[in-house]
Design a protein. Structure first.
Ligand SMILES: NC(=O)c1ccc[n+]([C@@H]2O[C@H](COP(=O)([O-])OP(=O)(O)OC[C@H]3O[C@@H](n4cnc5c(N)ncnc54)[C@H](O)[C@@H]3O)[C@@H](O)[C@H]2O)c1
Length: 279
């Protein structure tokens, strides 16, 4: 195969959960640009309408949307059954997550400061539910379809999105220097669930040994999203490249992992973090 044909996803069908997120939408865009039909799944109905309208202008009916809470087993089952009616499912990207952001609201206050000693168990439980149980449900329902593909030999690519904070503890110093009246801490549930995603990837990849179902993780570093200059500088200084990522710098990685270009890759973690975890 030529390198172009290895990356070509024409005629393939892909699912992106959390498809309305900052990175989720660029993952969808990348797969559309590579030729795939993309099913955007999100819990946020309004954002789904907005993003699908924008993407449809370029990609027409190759973009489909599904309102789905990935933590609800029956809803996930129905959603995957509807998608499977359109044909084979070639790729699943588990991108939906609870990711407490360092982005204060209008009053400069955070919804939750992330302080460990007062951290709400409901926040902890919600993160585990979305980031791990939702990933489990989506993967289980999709893999059942993938198992039957290629005459029962199994075929498909599953990509779970982790984070640098799944590999290292959050560097709480980068959240210190801020104009906000409150001190923000990146909460512990984020690192815990993102580390869990990496274990999940290895376990499911190992389960599908000697099949055509590949399971990998993508570990992105922080993407710039209008953060204040103090945070941007503090974050950037922790990377080798000296900057945050632009969201579209993950497009090539997601197409690589979903396509035949990564046909000999499973149980792996692709780290694209500007060198954050190398230091
Ligand atoms: N943005 C970054 O800088 C960054 C860095 C490292 C890792 N990541 C990881 O990359 C992935 C994508 O990040 P992002 O920036 O797009 O996140 P985001 O917070 O912008 O978007 C998350 C999306 O998930 C959806 N969602 C939340 N709960 C859901 C549920 N129960 N069912 C369905 N959808 C639900 C939200 O509505 C939202 O659209 C996440 O897993 C995140 O942890 C992001």
């Amino acid at each position: 195969m030529t390198v172009n044909s290895q990356f070509d996803m024409t005629g393939r069908q892909a699912i992106v959960t959390g498809g309305c997120g900052l990175l989720g939408v660029t993952f969808a865009e990348a797969l559309l640009e590579a030729g795939a039909t993309v099913h955007l799944i999100d819990i946020d109905e309004q954002a789904l309408t907005t993003h699908s309208a924008q993407l449809a202008q370029t990609f027409g009916d190759r973009i489909q949307t599904h309102i789905c809470d990935i933590t609800d087993e029956d809803t996930v089952k129905r959603c995957i059954a509807v998608i499977a009616q359109n044909g084979a499912i070639d790729a699943l990207i588990n991108s939906a997550a609870v990711d407490p952001k360092f982005e204060p609201g209008e009053n400069g206050e955070y919804r939750d400061t992330g302080r460990f000693s007062t951290y709400g168990v409901e926040n902890w439980r919600r993160s585990l539910e979305v980031n791990l149980t939702g990933t489990f449900l989506m993967t289980r329902e999709t893999s059942r379809i993938m198992e039957d593909q290629d005459d029962g030999k199994g075929r498909g690519s599953i990509v779970c999105i982790s984070s640098t904070y799944g590999l290292t503890g959050p560097d709480q110093r980068i959240y210190e220097n801020t104009d906000s009246p409150e001190r923000f801490f990146k909460p512990v549930d984020y690192s815990t669930t993102k580390a869990g995603v990496l274990g999940f990837v290895r376990a499911v990849a190992a389960y599908y040994r000697e099949t055509g179902i590949r399971v990998n993780a993508l570990t992105p570093g922080g993407a710039y999203n209008g953060h204040d200059s103090a945070f941007t500088e503090a974050y950037s200084s922790r990377t080798i490249l000296g900057r945050m990522a632009a969201p579209d710098e993950y497009k090539g990685s997601i197409v690589f992992l979903c396509s035949d270009a990564a046909s000999y890759m499973t149980g792996a973690n692709l780290i694209v973090d500007g060198g954050w975890t190398a230091l």
